[in-house]
Design a binder for this molecule. Structure first.
Ligand SMILES: [Zn+2]
Length: 161
């Protein structure tokens, strides 16, 4: 039987607002501002979900979890990620690896990356070594640089026998 390997890509942006909790990579980051959204607005989890769904050709996160649905108001994005993993598992897919980048001017993301990896590895049931999380500022340019928002990108590889 042929080994099926597929790649997927995800991109997402959330506005930053003062006084909100800042959920990123499954954990709460201490900061004056947080991301605004219908769910907990965890931009890293959202791009991982989108990349996984894209790799399996299963539409996107908004298709499965509508931002009009009150059921998902303020929901922990880790629950959405678990559901995405289940959708892929049902189709016989397993994750090869995930690579991601968070674009944020401040606060510094790097000190939180090990905790994010541990958290996401547990949620997805995969080894930490299969999850890469990187962070960059945008050198004070654009909406990220002006601290108006946070963006993230992810690529994934999935496979099935
Ligand atoms: Zn999002």
């Amino acid at each position: 039987m042929k080994l099926k390997i597929r790649t997927g890509f995800g991109y997402d942006v959330h506005q930053l607002q003062e006084g909100l909790d800042f959920w990123l990579g499954g954990i709460k980051i201490p900061h004056t501002h947080g991301a605004l959204g219908h769910s907990d607005a965890d931009v890293l989890i959202h791009v991982i979900c989108d990349a996984l769904l894209g790799a399996a050709n299963m539409r996107d996160i908004g298709f499965h979890f509508s931002d009009k649905d009150p059921k998902y108001k303020g929901i922990d994005s880790k629950i959405l990620l678990k559901e995405v993993i289940q959708l892929l598992t049902n189709e016989g897919y397993e994750i090869g690896n995930i690579d991601s980048t968070i674009c944020l001017q401040e606060p510094k993301v790097n000190p939180h990356i090990p905790t994010m990896k541990t958290c996401l590895a547990e949620v997805m049931g995969i080894p930490e070594e299969d999850i890469s999380i990187k962070a960059t500022t945008t050198e004070h340019l654009g909406f990220v640089g002006k601290k108006e928002g946070v963006a993230a990108f992810a690529t994934v590889l999935i496979q099935k026998q």
